[in-house]
Design a protein around this ligand. Sequence first.
Ligand SMILES: NC(=O)c1ccc[n+]([C@@H]2O[C@H](COP(=O)([O-])OP(=O)(O)OC[C@H]3O[C@@H](n4cnc5c(N)ncnc54)[C@H](O)[C@@H]3O)[C@@H](O)[C@H]2O)c1
Length: 596
Amino acid sequence: MAREFTSVGVVGLGTMGAGIVEVFARNGIDVVAVEISAAALERGRVTLTGSTDRAVAKGKLAEADRDALLSRVTFQVGLDALHSVDLVIEAVPEHLDLKQRIFAELDRVCKPEAILATNTSSLSVTEISVATTRPNQVIGIHFFNPAPVMKLVEVVRTVVTSADVVADVEALCERLGKVDVTISDRAGFIANALLFGYLNHAVSMFESRYATREDIDAAMKLGCGLPMGPLALMDLIGLDTAYEILDTMYRRGGRDRRHAPVPLIKQMVTAGLLGRKSGRGFYTYERPGSPVVVPDEQTPVASESALADGARAIAKVGVVGSGTMATGIIEVFAKAGYEVVSVTRGAEKSAKVFESVKTSLNKGVVRGKLSEADRDAALGRINWSATLEHLADVDLVVEAVVEELSVKKALFASLDEICKPGVVLATTTSSLPVIDVAMATQRPADVVGLHFFNPAPIMPLVEVVQTIRTSAETTATAKAVCATLGKTGVVCGDRSGFIVNALLFPYLNDAVKMLEASYSTADDIDYAMKLGCGYPMGPFELLDVVGLDVSLAIQRELYLELREPGFAPAPLLEHLVTAGYLGRKSGRGFRDHTRR
Ligand SMILES: NC(=O)c1ccc[n+]([C@@H]2O[C@H](COP(=O)([O-])OP(=O)(O)OC[C@H]3O[C@@H](n4cnc5c(N)ncnc54)[C@H](O)[C@@H]3O)[C@@H](O)[C@H]2O)c1
C-alpha cells in the first residue's frame, strides 16, 4: 500500500515553490509553506492568490474551490514549522551549499519517516542527500514551470533512494494528476539536459546580434510550434536560476561548451534583470511578476508603410523549380494576389505543378476556406513557362531548385543576365550559404534568402536571410513581401541552419545521444519534452517525421560550419541512416511505423 500523504511542506515560495504549493493544495493536501523572511512569505502568498484568482477569472476554478484551496495552506517563516509533515519539497535557489544546509536542518526538524525532496533542476540529488542522516529517504521531484500547468514531473532516484520511497512518490504524482518519468541522478535530468543548450545558444544568437529577440522567439514559435520562444522562456525561468542551472550543467555534465553560460546572462543577472520576476529580462513586463510584455526601447517600431523602409514595390513574381517547395510557394504567391511566372524544366513538369497547386487549392474550397472564384483567380494568375527568359520583367524571383550549390550558382548567373535591374533575387536554400549564390551575380546587394517551411501554404514562418552584401532595401522588400503573404518574416544572418534549424537540430541530436547512453527511453524522452516543455512532438516523433537522413545531413552541415564538438552527429543517428531506418517514409526510424 502506498504511503498516505496528508500534509506536505514547501520550502521557498519563488517562481517554482508558489506553484508547487498550489498543485498540492488543489489536490486536497494540506501544505505548510515556508520562507526565509516575512517579506518573502508575503510575496509567495501574493503569487499564490494571484494565480488562483486568475484561474477563477478564467473559469478554471470555482470560487469555493479557491477558498478551500487557500484554506489548506499555512504560511510560516522558518523550517521549524515542518515538524509533522509527511513530505517536504525544497525549492530554494539553485546553490548546492544552500540546499545542503537546508536538508541538514530538515533532517533535524522533520519526523523520522518524512520524505525529503528537492526540486533542483541540475544539482546532484545524491550530494544533497548526504547532508542528511536519511539519504535513502531523499529524492528529486522536479516540477516544471508553471507547476500548476505543466503535466510532467521528473522523479529522480539516487543510488541510495529506497524503492518504496520511489514508489510512494510515483503514486503521489499520479494523485496530483501529473505524468512522472523516473530517472537516475544526472545533470539536467531529461528535459533540462535537452533544453538548456538550446536556450543558451538562443541567447548567444541574441548577444551576437544575429537576430532580434522578437525574431528569435517568433522563429521557434512559428517554425516549431513551441508555446513560447527561447528568450521569453528564459524570462519565465528567471535568468538567475537559468544561470545557475547552466553553470552546474557545464561543471557536472562533462564541460560541454554549449552549457557554459553566455556572458550576457551573468551581466543581466548582475544588473538585476532577472526576467518576469523582476519585471525585466530580455523583455520588459508591466510590473514584477507580471506575464504582460510592454514595449521598450528594443521593441521594433512599425513603420507607416513598408515603402517607408525602402521596400520596393513587387507585383510580379517568378518562381523557379517544380518540387514540393516551389509548388507550395507558387500557390502562396498566387493566392496572395501576385502575378506569378512559374519556370520549370519542361511542359510535363509544369503540368504536374499545375495539378498539385489545383489539388491543394481545391482542398481549401472543400474546407470552405477559399471560394471557387478565388481559386480560379489564383490559378489564372499563374503563367507557366519552361524558359528563364520569361523572368525578364518580374520584380522578385524565388529560386527553389535542387539543393546543390553548383546548380544554384549557375541559375543565379543566368538570372543576373536575364532579369531587369532592381529585381530582388531570393533563394529558398535551407543549408547553403546565401552569399555563395549572391556572388554568382553582379548584384549581390539584391540577393537574399527566403527560407520557407514545408508545407509552404500552411507554415506561417519565413526566414529572411541577409548576407553581408544584402542591401537594407532588399531585406525590407523581402520582409514586406512575407507580410503580404500573411507570414511572419524573421530576419537573420547567413549562417548554417539560420535560426530554426540551428536551434532545433542540435537538440534533436542531443536526444539521440541521451537515448544512446541508455539514460532513458524514447517514450520517456518524448513525454518529457511534450509534457514538461509543451513541445507539440517529442524529439523522436519529430525525427521520424522529418526523416533521419535529412536530420543527419542538417546536423552534419551545422557541425562542419560551426565546428562545435557538441554538434557532432550522434553515432546512433548515423547507424540508423546507414541501416536504412529513415523514419516514417521508410516505415521504420526510432519507432516501427509498419505496425500502426
Ligand atoms: N524557474 C524554473 O523554471 C524552475 C523549474 C524547475 C525547477 N526549478 C528549481 O527550483 C528551485 C527554485 O527555483 P526558483 O526559480 O523558484 O527560484 P526563485 O529565486 O524564484 O525562488 C527561490 C525562493 O527561495 C527562497 N529562499 C531562499 N533561501 C531560503 C531559505 N533558507 N529558506 C526558505 N526559503 C528560502 C527565496 O526567498 C525565494 O522566494 C531551484 O532549485 C531551481 O533550479 C526552477
